[in-house]
Design a binder for this molecule. Structure first.
Ligand SMILES: *Cc1c(COP(=O)(O)O)cnc(C)c1O
Length: 428
């Protein structure tokens, strides 16, 4: 035991090993030292041979840190577990440019303080001309919270029983609203709510009427809900949570609400997510009445929901730049996907992978267009590839269906194809 302990190489000796030099650069001295201490500890207890300390440290440091890039082959366009919207190349570049010191709150012409993120705000205002004012917070949940804090502390929020949505991971919009000190005034039933239900509930205690898009479930059959244009006639502020963040109507998603239409129909305020169908970074968009938006912006809690400069940069680039990947995946034509699938299948056969091209159905996912499936095409490989693909050097997440692993072309980006072929070939 004493001998083994004595034989454990000292920290300085391991640190001096030239094989560790690159990690001192990329990971920093403290991280390298932590890995050394861990390996020394294992060597002292006899779990690791003293001669293997350096190898163990190298293995440890070679492990990827942080979130790993994953190829989304699920066919779910906005996959919450995979980080929702992948950013466009333009947005990625904008983040890099914004990462240093920037003029985010400075007017370079006058040298004076300027409105934070004014370029992003301008891009959003240009994208939604019907909005008198716009503001950006951390996410749509923050947008709703700020709205409730501003318009309804100690007051009632009137909303339909059919729109009491759980967003995910156990978080529920009704609980979020009451956490702001508002009371909920639920009206109607799960399947049917009429304008008379709302009208009967409105009174001196009303803070606002809230219409929430049931973005992750469908109620079908004997149903009724009240359109925005009718709710706008009730004489109290009307807030519409459209959820997914379409700024304008999209021809492939006729039932998905969009900001421009909601505002034109008379909504006082629209809230939406930046990282769903808008295809940008995580953000909460507040669009609508100029005076109300200004009140939201000046509320003390707004400071706690402020977006960082990286998000502002990515959002502006998404709004001003080319079609982001989520929209490209939504708009992709089936024949083009089929052609790519065929070419991929041929390449996989060359690597000995028994691949087939099969029809598939893709979905928007991520709290948008719950009833919509998009015609798609997939590469089918044996089901036992699925865990291997997830655990590979470049993880690929597909869908296991009817005893096969499907890799859906609608969410695989063209620039990921070489990596995909390599990942699948490694399973053969
Ligand atoms: C997704 C969603 C939210 C929450 O948005 P985040 O940006 O994730 O905070 C709220 N309401 C609706 C209708 C949604 O679809």
């Amino acid at each position: 035991m004493t001998d083994a302990r004595r034989a454990v190489p000292g920290t300085d000796k391991v640190l001096a090993d030239p094989r560790l030099a690159p990690y001192l650069e990329t990971r920093g001295r403290d991280a390298v030292k932590r890995a050394i201490h861990a390996a020394q500890g294992r060597a002292r207890t006899g779990v690791l041979a003293p001669d293997d300390v350096v190898t163990a440290v190298l293995d440890d440091l070679a492990q990827p840190t942080g979130a790993r890039p994953v190829i989304n082959a699920t066919g779910v366009l906005v996959h919450t577990n995979l980080g929702r919207a992948p950013l466009s190349a333009a947005a990625v570049t904008a983040i890099q440019d914004a990462a240093g010191t920037t003029d985010v709150e400075l007017d370079l012409a006058t040298g004076k303080r300027a409105r934070r993120g004014r370029d992003t705000v301008a891009a959003l205002a240009d994208a939604v001309p019907d909005a008198g004012g716009v503001h950006v917070v951390n996410n749509n949940a923050a947008a709703l919270l700020l709205t409730a804090l501003t318009l309804a502390p100690g007051k009632e929020i009137v909303l339909s029983r059919g729109e009491l949505v759980e967003i995910g991971d156990g978080f529920r919009i009704p609980d979020l609203l009451t956490s702001a000190g508002a009371r909920l005034r639920e009206v109607g039933t799960t399947n049917r709510t009429t304008v008379a239900d709302y009208a009967g509930a409105i009174g001196p205690d009303t803070g606002f009427v809230l219409k929430i898009h049931p973005s992750n479930f469908l109620v079908t059959g004997f149903t009724a809900s009240v359109p925005t244009s009718e709710l706008a006639e009730l004489g109290v502020p009307l807030v519409v949570d459209i959820g997914s963040g379409l700024l304008r109507p999209h021809p492939l998603l006729p039932d998905e609400p969009d900001a421009a239409t909601a505002l034109r129909d008379g909504a006082t305020l629209v809230t939406a997510s930046g990282d769903k169908l808008l295809g940008g970074p995580q953000a909460g968009l507040l669009l609508g009445d100029a005076d109300l938006v200004e009140r939201l912006r000046r509320h003390p809690a707004a400071r706690a929901m402020r977006v960082d400069k990286l998000t502002l940069a990515a959002l502006e680039a998404t709004l001003r730049g080319p079609e982001p990947p989520v929209l490209a995946a939504l708009n992709a034509e089936l024949p083009a996907l089929e052609q790519r699938a065929q070419a991929l299948m041929d390449r996989l056969w060359e690597h000995g992978v028994p691949a087939a091209v099969v029809p598939s159905r893709a979905a928007v996912g991520g709290g948008g267009a719950p009833g919509v499936t998009l015609p798609s095409v997939a590469i089918a490989v044996p089901a036992h590839y699925a865990p291997l693909l997830r655990m590979g050097a470049i993880p690929v997440v597909g869908r296991v269906e009817q005893g096969r692993c499907l890799l859906d072309l609608r969410t695989i980006r063209s620039e990921q194809e070489d990596a995909l072929v390599a990942a699948v070939a490694a399973c053969a």
